[in-house]
Ligand binder design. Structure first.
Ligand SMILES: Cc1ncc(COP(=O)(O)O)c(C=O)c1O
Length: 423
């Protein structure tokens, strides 16, 4: 499908007068409409709840929007728990899906009354030791082997560090019951960025059958099944687009086929999506600083991999629009680069684009999830601002850009920077 930015050149120019590039911008209207579609797709399930994966886009303004749309949060760390607490999430609104969990993280999750998702059998005793076993508790499942859809291998759970085997799930449930747990959840994440409507239904089938077996083996009451994240987005224009209504319907069919006949029709379905909730509703906006003509044609922009790591890290495709040149022929081949001293700091390689001039504003698409959040400070580069494009067309700064003072803040105990940054 053709990829159109959600801002025009004129809008971008207005925002840049207020917030210089580079910045990530998020589309409130798109986020709300998508969240409503997700809730509609699973409305057949009484207890359905999407727990937005905070790691994808940890910004309190965005969490607030999702909260207003009925979402909870999935946290993986102490600071994500703190941010969620500050946004007013508590108790059942929070799913704590961590691994290799530090004591203080687990204690904070318990203090907030979050639903705890245990990544390993050894976490049962750990939880009991550092906090206490709650009435409702979840365990993460790893089936091992390869996860395939038809002939396509989607991922390799056998090589993944997460979750427990079925035998360990049974043991964990029994131990947890002995320690007072009454209601149980099952969680699993088997493949990332899946662009097929079959992933969730297939995963649901596996987890629903597991739920029936776990109930038979332990007598436990299973109250929810968390399909976690993994629903992908079409980063490339030619890719198919996931249809959340078809996905919800596919999960419903498995539910009717497996859980209802087993007398387990009261199970709530949870999801923990990040990418599907926000990915398409974020752009990285950046200005062209330089052009360079050597063996190849290079366009240097004011953003770099520290603002969006996916292309450098995974070789991921992110579509690029040159604002104001949307209709122009893509007859120039460019590498679009940032300024890191790393040759993989390229947002695009051999990309056909309209002729680009210095000062042009580029939109890098689909940066709303796992974009800003994966940022880092290599080469002393500073993290960018984040901006919200509100439903009424106005914009709001929702995170300021880092300053050198922020970069040096962790030296505040040293004599070196005392005078330099004295206020
Ligand atoms: C435990 C857990 N839940 C949810 C997510 C969100 O995944 P996605 O953004 O692919 O939906 C992740 C991503 O890493 C995760 O590790």
């Amino acid at each position: 499908m053709e990829k159109k930015p959600f801002i025009t050149l004129e809008q971008a120019q207005r925002i840049i007068e207020d917030v210089p590039t580079p910045f990530h911008i998020y589309d409130e209207k798109g986020i709300r409409e998508n969240a409503r579609r997700v809730n509609k797709a699973f409305a057949w399930n009484k207890g359905f709840k999407e727990y937005f994966a905070v790691k994808a886009t940890p910004n309190p303004y965005l969490l607030q929007i999702l909260k207003e749309e009925g979402c909870g949060v999935d946290c993986s760390s102490y600071t994500e728990l703190l941010m969620s607490e500050a946004c007013g999430f508590k108790g059942d609104d929070i799913m704590f899906s961590s691994n290799d969990t530090p004591v203080e993280d687990m204690q904070k999750a318990c203090e907030l009354g979050a639903q705890i998702n245990l990544d390993d059998l050894t976490m049962v005793d750990f939880l009991d030791r550092v906090a206490s076993v709650p009435e409702t508790i979840c365990c993460r499942f790893n089936p091992g082997g390869l996860f395939s859809l038809g002939n396509d291998i989607m991922d390799n759970p056998g090589d993944a560090k997460y979750g427990m085997t079925e035998e360990q799930m049974i043991q964990a449930y029994k131990q947890l019951m002995a320690k007072g747990a009454k209601h149980f959840g099952i969680h699993s994440f088997l493949a990332s960025n899946t662009v097929t409507n079959e992933y969730y239904p297939m995963l649901a089938g596996i987890l629903f059958r597991l739920a029936v077996r776990l109930k038979e083996a332990t007598g436990a009451h299973i109250s929810f099944i968390n399909l976690s994240g993994g629903v992908g987005i079409d980063y490339r224009p030619e890719q198919p687009c996931n249809d959340i209504m078809a996905i919800g319907e596919g999960v419903r069919r498995q539910f009717e086929e497996i859980l209802v006949p087993a007398g387990m029709g009261d199970i709530a379905i949870y999801t923990e999506m990040g990418r599907f909730m926000l990915g398409p509703y974020g752009h990285l906006v950046t200005t062209v600083l330089h052009e360079k003509h050597i063996q190849k044609e290079y366009i240097g922009v004011d953003a770099c991999a520290a603002n969006l790591m996916r292309p450098a890290m995974y070789g991921s495709y992110h579509h690029i629009t040159v604002l104001g040149k949307e209709g122009a022929p893509c007859d120039h081949k460019y590498d679009v680069t940032g300024g890191l001293c790393e040759n993989n700091d390229k947002f695009a390689v051999d990309r056909m684009l309209p002729k680009i001039d210095i000062g042009d504003i580029l939109v890098i698409h689909d940066t709303g999830a796992h974009g800003f959040s994966m940022g880092y400070n290599y080469n002393g580069k500073l993290r960018s601002a984040e901006v919200l494009l509100k439903e009424d067309g106005t914009h709001q700064l929702i995170r300021r850009a880092e300053t050198p003072e922020d970069y040096f803040a962790t030296f505040d105990f040293t004599p070196f920077f005392k005078d330099t940054f004295k206020k």
